[in-house]
Design a protein around this ligand. Structure first.
Ligand SMILES: [Fe+2]
Length: 326
């Protein structure tokens, strides 16, 4: 029930404003809501429509000039805010053959999910990790990282970072790594490693889904789904971001599910559609879509399909505020 304005109150509010103060009762129902009401919109990016823009960025700017050549996927409900959800940033990064994006570190943590091309690598604190489609790579906060492409084809990946979360706390720091020894490709010397807590290659992850599908019934909401976990600690992959891989059997029609963590999905294999609130998106490999907080999400698959997803669930859970409506 809105509080009726009158001249005396309005005059009081005006005097309060001169003291940098405001009446709570005028805003209480906006700032302490009965349930989540978000500006984040359900949204969808078809990879085939974005690919020409990625190629154009490759012609217009070098990786060297750009620091990182990335097209930010910006939520249409948060225009100009460089984010896909309130807490997470996502973007499509391109590295062309022969390019090297030099080493830096920042307090924001990152994940990469490789979409297209092979032959590039990401180095994290001196470990060089090769990248191919479906591989999932981490860059935890304040770790030096660079990207290089000594191969022969453009490589594109989905970046996910907690930049808005870090900036909400006003804790952003960034620095470039000082020049040091370089190898013949112009990249910092780093050792190739294939086994690392920083990398979750696609093949074993995909095999795990197949094994789970063979050994048990699919969940009515998620199909067959696992969360990537740090193999040494058993914790979510980052304190601020969790990530999942799920398989939807051919013909799957999932029941709706909602939770408070707005979730970014990337289709990996197969075709299907997802209904988020009152919108339905038909997707295929490499398409990306986002579900806002507390919106019912249901997936359907016409072929056997695989979806990658990530959200700020670990951050919400560590604060004790995460909620689901199963
Ligand atoms: Fe970075």
């Amino acid at each position: 029930m809105p509080i009726a304005p009158n001249n005396e109150r309005s005059e009081f509010y005006a005097r309060l404003k001169t003291k940098s103060a405001a009446p709570l009762w005028e805003v209480l129902s906006d700032i302490v809501r009965k349930d989540p009401r978000t500006s984040v919109q359900a949204a969808f990016w078809k990879y085939d429509e974005m690919r020409p823009f990625i190629a154009e960025a490759g012609r217009l700017i070098t990786a060297d000039e750009a620091e990182r050549r990335v097209l930010i996927l910006e939520n249409p409900g948060l225009a100009g805010m460089s984010r896909l959800t309130q807490s997470l940033y996502a973007g499509l990064q391109l590295i062309m053959p022969g390019e090297h994006a030099h080493s830096h570190r920042h307090t924001a943590s990152a994940l990469r999910f490789i979409l297209e091309g092979s032959g590039a690598y990401t180095s994290v604190n001196g470990e060089r990790l090769s990248m191919k489609p479906g591989d999932f790579i981490l860059t935890p906060f304040w770790s030096y990282h660079d990207h290089g492409n000594p191969g022969s084809e453009p490589v594109v990946w989905l970046d996910g970072l907690d930049i808005p979360t870090v900036n909400m706390f006003d804790t952003s720091f960034f620095e470039k790594e000082a020049d040091h020894d370089h190898d013949e490709e112009g990249a910092p010397v780093a050792k190739f490693v294939e086994s690392s807590v920083m990398k979750y290659p696609y093949d074993p992850s995909r095999a795990k889904l197949a094994q789970m599908a063979a050994s048990g019934a699919a969940d009515a909401r998620f199909g067959v789904k696992f969360e990537y976990r740090n193999p040494q600690t058993g914790s979510p992959v980052l304190p601020t971001i969790g990530a999942w891989l799920q398989l939807l059997p051919k013909g799957f029609k999932g029941r709706p599910y909602r939770s408070t963590d707005a979730t970014i999905f990337c289709a990996v294999e197969g075709r299907g559609s997802s209904t988020i609130g009152d919108r339905t998106f038909a997707w295929g490999p490499r398409d990306i879509f986002v579900a806002p907080s507390w919106h019912a999400v249901s997936h359907a698959a016409s072929d056997e399909a695989v979806l990658f997803s990530f959200s700020d669930r670990p951050a919400q859970q560590s604060l004790g505020i995460w909620r689901e409506d199963a």
